[in-house]
Design a binder for this molecule. Structure first.
Ligand SMILES: O=c1[nH]c(=O)c2ncn([C@@H]3O[C@H](COP(=O)(O)OP(=O)(O)OP(=O)(O)O)[C@@H](O)[C@H]3O)c2[nH]1
Ligand SMILES: [Mg+2]
Length: 194
């Protein structure tokens, strides 16, 4: 009997262990995903700009550094009252002011809605076009509730659930999250390619 054909490997370039965990969890229920996923943590520049500009530049730099195909992922938290900010700069805002500070930024505004935006980027190799796959989940910014193991999960109450991401089981977050939606779009594209 011949050995089963080996699947190609795709490198997910990220230094974020929580992202990697969620991506693996989501893909675990996607046996049709056409790659074996590996991970590398590379120190890549994250430019200033729109979420799409940030994602394209990072993935392009990752493909050049790896000299091969890769995916990267950027997550933004966008406050409606602030025209989408902090957006792609949420990492520094979270580090700088934390859950309480992010809540205070909306004091004085009647609109406390926000959306989490995930952008997966896929590049086949150095100098190749970068393709983007986005997913967004709506919610409201609230005082922290739930498990504090992942970033701003405790302050985004997801629309229609009454729960913050941090109050959900991972199985629930992974069926409605920004990451789940963007990864589904990436998967659909990769599965449609010969
Ligand atoms: O509560 C959260 N729930 C999430 O679902 C989620 N996804 C990302 N993040 C955080 O938002 C910032 C994005 O910045 P980011 O996209 O540049 O990520 P990163 O620098 O940590 O990793 P990477 O760039 O190596 O992939 C970082 O602080 C991430 O920790 C999340 N926080
Ligand atoms: Mg980053």
């Amino acid at each position: 009997m011949s050995a089963p054909a080996q699947r190609a490997t795709l490198t997910f370039v990220t230094g974020n262990a929580n992202k990697l965990r969620e991506v693996k969890e989501i893909l675990a229920s996607s046996p049709d995903f056409p790659f074996d996923l590996t991970n590398q943590d590379l120190d890549l520049p994250e430019i200033q700009g729109t979420t799409q500009e940030v994602a394209r530049a990072k993935c392009s730099a990752a493909a050049a550094a790896l000299n091969g195909p890769c995916i990267t992922e950027d997550t933004a938290l966008c406050f409606a009252a602030l025209n989408g900010l902090p957006g792609p700069y949420i990492k520094d805002f979270m580090k700088g002011v934390g859950h309480a500070g992010l809540n205070s930024m909306l004091d004085g505004f009647s609109d406390r809605t926000a959306h989490a935006l995930c952008t997966f980027a896929y590049c086949r190799g150095p100098g190749q076009e970068v393709l983007l796959f986005e997913g967004s989940t709506e919610g409201t910014i609230v005082p922290a509730r739930g498990d504090k193991k992942f970033g701003w999960d405790p302050i985004l109450e997801v629309k229609g659930t009454g729960l913050t991401y941090a109050e959900m089981e991972s199985t629930q977050k992974n069926t409605l999250s920004h990451r789940y939606k963007a990864l589904s779009a990436l998967k659909e594209y990769l599965c449609s390619k010969p």
